[in-house]
Design a protein around this ligand. Structure first.
Ligand code: F0G
Length: 458
């Protein structure tokens, strides 16, 4: 037991950014102009921006200092070697291929291993991952455990893969159709929920038996490791770095967005042990991202990531990080707002389908709630539901498994009073839930429609 209960921010603020205060009338007009799509707003019209935790965190003094060491040599920059060492210190894969962000790693990998007739299992594909799989003509299948699809059910590792379902998929489709098995840590689309080491071992065992490679989508690996240390039997007190290495040792490769647990504003990588695959991926990298010692990144970005990787595995940071997310979830839960339980690592997910039972999924309850939070309080969250996942590759539209609104918490960026304000606004909107109406889509692109679709309130 610690003597003090308060978990303080493990930093002092050293440089500040002003936020803009706006009125309900202004925000109503801006929403109209944006076609009721929060991605189309100007960010300076947002007071508290919880759209994503990706690339929006505050970098540390030491990261900004590292940027000054950035060496912009086209090939073999010392910044590349610092980046490589920092990555391999945690994830000792033989080949590390830097990219400008996570989806570039996905695009390259699936261009090589995807294609028509292929099927990629994952606990839950994130939207860009699914889109990159499907773009090649392959099929993306989500195999999270049943608890992971039920917002109200408490389970310590709701991101776990359903191992029996994986076996069934392999039996039904055949090993030849499956180029790799993916596990996303933490499981973003399923609520930022962790995956246990035991589950990763069980998936590894299935992969070994069928000769299939296992890849991690490791964007939030440090948060996942923290949950393992907290919740998994026998893991208490183990260094986070060791848990991360255990996760890595169970996989054959990874995709990564350094905009999350890389603690950087941009960056990512693709890593693997298979040399033939790596050579194919590097050839594509040169085509679209850059030479293999910088990918799509400046030398200074490689430095910021290398430093960020040493900060993200710090237990004081992770304790604060996970607690501050739980603080928001607990406050909403105790006010009767339905949230995904237990709280995830990087975000709080409001169950809009439960809060707005009068709005059917195809009238987008998540989107209705997200737009209301912006209009009423200047808070920008993100629908993760039928707008994001409802359009199927065959062109039909179906309700997603859940209709959630994600309030993602940028790293080291907002204070407790910002979050107290968020709680107040959500409570206010939830208290008037029956006044909210659904929307219809008036214009949408063929893929990833949530980014650019335009809506009309019903
Ligand atoms: N995989 C997961 C699990 C993600 O959460 C993301 C991004 C990506 C891959 C793609 O990485 O953005 O660097 O290209 N998630 C962000 C989010 C965008 O808001 O959750 P990226």
């Amino acid at each position: 037991m610690h003597r003090w209960q308060t978990i303080v921010e493990p930093f002092r603020i050293h440089s500040v950014e002003p936020v803009e205060f706006t009125t309900v009338e202004q925000r109503t007009a801006w929403l109209e102009d944006a076609g009721h799509n929060l991605f189309a707003l100007r960010a300076d019209h947002v007071l508290i921006d919880l759209l994503t935790d990706s690339g929006t965190g505050a970098m540390s003094r030491d990261q900004w200092a590292a940027i000054q060491h950035g060496d912009e040599s086209y090939a073999g920059s010392p910044s590349w070697y610092r980046f490589l060492d920092a990555v391999q210190n945690l994830f000792p894969f033989e080949h590390v291929i830097p990219t400008h962000q996570g989806r570039a790693a996905e695009k390259i990998l699936f261009s090589v291993i995807g294609g028509p007739g292929k099927v990629v299992p994952n606990n839950t594909h994130f939207d860009t991952t699914r889109a990159n799989v499907e773009y090649t003509g392959a099929e993306a299948v989500d195999l999270v455990i049943a608890e992971g699809r039920r917002p109200e059910v408490v389970h310590p590792f709701k991101g776990n893969m359903d191992v029996a379902a994986l076996e069934e998929l392999i039996a039904a489709r055949g090993v030849q159709a499956i180029p790799a098995v993916f596990v996303t840590v933490t499981n973003n689309s399923g609520g930022g929920q962790p995956v246990s080491l035991a589950n990763l071992r069980a998936v590894r065992e299935v992969c070994d038996r069928h000769g299939l490679p296992l890849f991690l989508d490791a964007c939030r690996f440090a948060e996942n490791a923290w949950f393992i240390q907290e919740r998994e039997e026998g893991q208490q007190g183990r260094p986070i770095v060791d848990i991360v290495r255990d996760m890595a040792a169970l996989a054959d490769g990874m995709t990564m967005s350094a905009k999350k647990d890389g603690m950087a504003n941009i960056g990512g990588w693709l890593a693997m042990n298979d040399s033939t695959l790596a050579a194919q991926c590097r050839n594509l990298l040169i085509l679209t991202e850059g030479f293999p010692t910088y990918g799509g990144l400046a030398g200074r970005d490689l430095e910021a990531i290398a430093q960020g990787l040493s900060e993200v595995v710090d237990s004081h940071y992770l304790r604060y990080r996970i607690r501050s997310t739980a603080y928001l979830a607990d406050a909403l839960d105790s006010s009767g707002v339905p949230v995904v339980k237990p709280a995830g690592g990087h975000a709080v997910y409001i169950d809009a389908r439960a809060l707005l039972p009068h709005i059917p999924p195809l009238e987008y309850p998540g989107h209705a709630l997200a737009t209301a939070l912006y209009r009423e309080g200047g808070i920008r969250g993100c629908e993760i539901g039928t707008v994001m996942f409802g359009r199927r590759p065959d062109g039909s539209e179906q309700p997603a498994a859940m209709d959630l609104v994600r309030l993602a918490i940028p790293r080291r960026t907002y204070t407790q009073s910002h979050i107290d304000y968020v709680v107040e606004v959500v409570r206010w909107v939830a208290g008037r839930a029956d006044e909210l109406r659904g929307l219809r889509i008036v214009d949408e692109p063929p893929a990833l429609r949530h980014f650019t679709a335009r809506f009309e309130p019903l």
